[in-house]
Design a protein around this ligand. Structure first.
Ligand code: NDP
Length: 449
């Protein structure tokens, strides 16, 4: 294990997020290697941490004033042992190769857990859609796809959305792909309902996270009714997390964006959620507007200099981080524990630092890791691919039932894998082990390629 960490830090010393995800993964996987010596003999770990292919490209585009900008585009095709590469595209100024590699690595095991035949990949650009007009976003998406289109395809690599890439961006990306390839295929997921999209895809990640949290509670004979929940983010995952928590009888106290967070002691109800959806998805405004509409709530401006996020200091029963990576530091984790939180279920990818995870472990907090808990999005993307291949569309009920079945199966699989290796109740270990074994066995079957 140590030589793997040494190799990745020597090869790519600046890729901190990638090192972090590998470290978290390796910490739980050792007993599997001891039990199955072929994984070591065939250097499965060294092979699985190295992307099969990385595509880096220039994205030149013009803004509304005629000024030329150049962004950097990425697609990391991590592993195709169990299916075509599958994973989202992120448009955010912080995007770099380390972030895309960590996301692609997580995606491999997440996709494996869904039970669907999908390999793992991730991509994006350091483009910031905030404050850009629709026309600018369209030109950027077209420029991005002008290069990406030659590397993807419905049987090769099927991207989807992520931070900064929602229904609008998927539409522009798909339009350009169709024009360049002269093909109408399911090459992207998250498409509009009228042109190959699946019902429940927008809701899937958030709903899936809450289904997973409900399963975790169910195992302890509890449920979400009356539970006070802290949610971060206010984008796709956060919005539908709130919607499902409300449907299952919970109370949501917080939401955030990169500028700050809102706290509403009366609870964010469905009417307030509609306001947020309109604010974020249509007007593309900032969350601080919430307190103008609902003055009894409070708004706290984000202050990175603090070294912790006061959002996580409020008294609550459960927390669902749904904004971005490393948003829960060790200090935040301590605040959560002190505030009474007993369950943390990750909506975002890798929102908890290693220190935070260790604190959750120390205090026996129920911890649902992202690669299991937020797999509902890619699972329904897999269902969208199936519907596209059949040229059919399934009803809301069918897709939602399948999503629930998949989330229950992931929950069960994590527990079984953890128990099988003497780590009862450790969802993180279970998710890593179960996700890994399926991919590793497929790699062994397919030889040294
Ligand atoms: P959106 O772009 O819809 O929303 C992201 C939200 O997080 C926004 O509220 C955004 O605020 C906030 N945010 C983003 N970056 C930061 C940052 N650096 N600091 C503070 N806040 C930030 O993205 P999604 O909801 O789709 O994605 C959220 C998370 O869920 C990501 O980790 C993503 O990888 C993960 N995920 C998403 C899936 C999906 O299906 N969409 C599937 C599985 C995981 P602001 O508006 O200010 O930028």
């Amino acid at each position: 294990m140590e030589h793997i960490l040494a190799t990745i830090t020597r090869r790519d010393p600046e890729q901190q997020e990638f090192h972090q995800v590998i470290r978290e993964f390796l910490a739980t996987i050792a007993p599997v290697l001891d039990r199955q010596p072929r994984y070591r003999q065939q250097a499965i770990l060294m092979r699985i941490i190295e992307p099969e292919r990385m595509i880096l490209f220039r994205v030149p585009w013009m803004d509304d004033q005629g000024e030329v900008h150049v962004n950097r585009g990425y697609r990391v095709e991590m592993n195709s042992a169990i299916g075509p590469y599958k994973g989202g595209l992120r448009f955010h100024p912080s995007v770099n190769l380390s972030i895309i590699k960590f996301l692609a690595f997580e995606q491999v095991f997440k996709n494996s857990l869904t039970t669907l035949p999908m390999g793992g990949g991730k991509g994006g650009a350091d483009f910031d859609p905030k404050g850009r007009s629709d026309a600018e976003v369209m030109r950027f998406c077209q420029a991005f796809m002008a290069e990406l289109f030659r590397h993807i395809g419905e049987d090769t690599d099927v991207p989807a959305g992520d931070i900064g890439v929602g229904a609008r961006e998927i539409g522009y990306l798909f339009g350009m792909y169709k024009k360049l390839s002269n093909k109408f295929t399911g090459v992207l997921t998250g498409k509009g309902l009228g042109w190959g999209g699946s019902l429940i895809r927008p809701e899937a990640t958030g709903y899936g996270v809450v289904y997973f949290a409900a399963e975790m509670y169910g195992r302890c004979g509890e449920n979400l009714v009356g539970k006070r929940c802290l949610v971060s983010g206010s984008g796709n995952v956060a919005q539908f997390t709130v919607e499902k928590i409300l449907q299952l009888g919970g109370k949501v106290l917080t939401l955030s964006d990169s500028s700050g967070f809102i706290y509403d002691e009366e609870g964010i109800d469905s009417g307030k959620l509609d306001f947020i959806k309109e604010l974020k998805n249509i007007r593309r405004g900032r969350l601080r507007e919430y307190t103008r509409q609902y003055p009894r709530a409070s708004y706290v401006v984000a202050d990175p200099a603090l070294g912790y996020n006061p959002l996580w200091m409020h008294r609550a029963d459960c927390a669902i981080p749904a904004a971005t990576q490393n948003e829960i530091s060790g200090r935040d984790a301590r605040h959560l524990v002190e505030g009474g939180v007993r369950l943390v279920c990750e909506g975002a990818n890798m929102p908890s630092t290693l220190e935070a995870i260790n604190i959750f472990r120390e205090h026996q907090i129920l911890f649902g890791p992202s690669k299991a808990a937020n797999a509902g999005g890619v699972a329904v993307s897999g269902l969208e691919m199936a519907q596209d291949s059949m040229r059919m569309s399934w009803s809301r009920e069918i897709v939602d039932n399948r999503l629930q079945t998949i989330m229950k199966s992931i929950h069960r699989t994590c527990l079984e894998a953890a128990a099988n290796y003497g780590m009862e109740g450790d969802y993180l270990a279970g998710a890593n082990i179960a996700g890994f074994v399926k991919v590793a066995d497929a790699m062994l079957d397919q030889g040294l390629v």
